[in-house]
Design a protein around this ligand. Sequence first.
Ligand SMILES: [Zn+2]
Length: 471
Amino acid sequence: MRLALLAAALLSTAAVAAAQTPPQVAMEPANRWHEKAREIYARTIAFETVQGRNQSPQMAEYLMAEFRAAGFTDVVVQRHDETGALILRWPAARPSGRRPILLMGHMDVVEARREDWSRAPFELQEADGYFYGRGVLDNKQGVVGVTAALLRLRAEGFQPDREIIVLFTGDEETSGNGADLAAGTWLRDANIEYALNSDAGGGAYLADGTALGFGIQTAEKIYQSFTFTATNPGGHSSRPRPDNAIYDLSRTLQRLEAHRFEPRMNDTTRAMLTHRLETAEPPLAAAIRRWLADPEDGEAADIIEATPTEVGLTRTRCVATMLAGGHAENALPQMARATVNCRIFPGVDPASVLSTLRELARPDNVTVEPVDIARPSDASPLREDVLAAYTDSIRARHPDVAIVPDMSTGATDGLYFRTRGVPVYGVGGVWIVVPADERAHGRDERLPTRAFYENVDHWTDMIRRLAGPAG
Ligand SMILES: [Zn+2]
């Protein structure tokens, strides 16, 4: 889940409005579906779905039993590796001819140690208007929101006019194999029109009540690392050679530092930048206007990219992150190696990034190899129906709040579907107070109780709208 990044991005757009009232974080269950959601939340937080003792299969079995008890018949737990994934299919009751939609979330969480936390991490606790526990934000709230919404819709006699498919994975935080298998094998022939991901999107408030807005995630940069290696015959350090692996590597890295990849723009970054115009300082606003008018204007893109809050928005970025080399204080280095991490702009082929890096390294005979082979991924087009459903659902509970398309710089399970041509939208309905609640993967992870209950209603509204006659 990339909510923290989203919040940071939204922060840069904060209106300089007068302080409002603090956001109301506390809420009591308003109906029996809220109560049911809270019960499922408590059960799921207790499953230790972490690498090494991953109870995702047990959590999936529990959820499967809940779904079956509610009348869903096509629910399975797919075991793979050391984990498992839940897949539910709810066929269209009144087929409209529209293709299926996929609802996504992940059950696994990042490790949490009791001694690092001020409370037991695998026990749902409520205090000061917050739910506490590992996964309350990333991403068990999403799994529970989707689950409770489906249980409610089924009980209320909702008749989907297209198939609804659910995928809850058990290894998003580690290998991502579950999503890869789902996209490539289990659901390969499901003919999915698009996916809604509960693990991305969402909103943020400042402590004084200023709304920073809600993001709908439509694109993810591709994560790809490379090793740069310089080799040399070496020798005794008392007799330096004209060539030297460390100097060769450092010259190449300096060229990398100066290099700028070609600027790129898509629907999502265009919308993000248009939104920035409302609050950007005059010099940044001028550069944004120039670039929006002419995406070939690399100089304007450079000015935007050099602004700390906008880094990474205009192109692929690569940066040196690790360094190793030499084997003795008194020997000429036979090897020097750097790790370079790239965040590749959606739609850019990772192979073209590799060839650019090799060109940069060639003058010094430095070799460049990818660490893993990344798959190219496109940005999902901004769909009017999804954007409208999201906007209306969020504004039903947060009137007038800004809705901003978002491109995140990391990867979620959604990437595996995007790489196979299925558009994915991060449309979570939760929100947090920043920076106090930015605790995904961290200590004392928490979520406003109001955000949790609102998210159950949000998913109910989204499914009703996008899989019902109104959509
Ligand atoms: Zn997540």
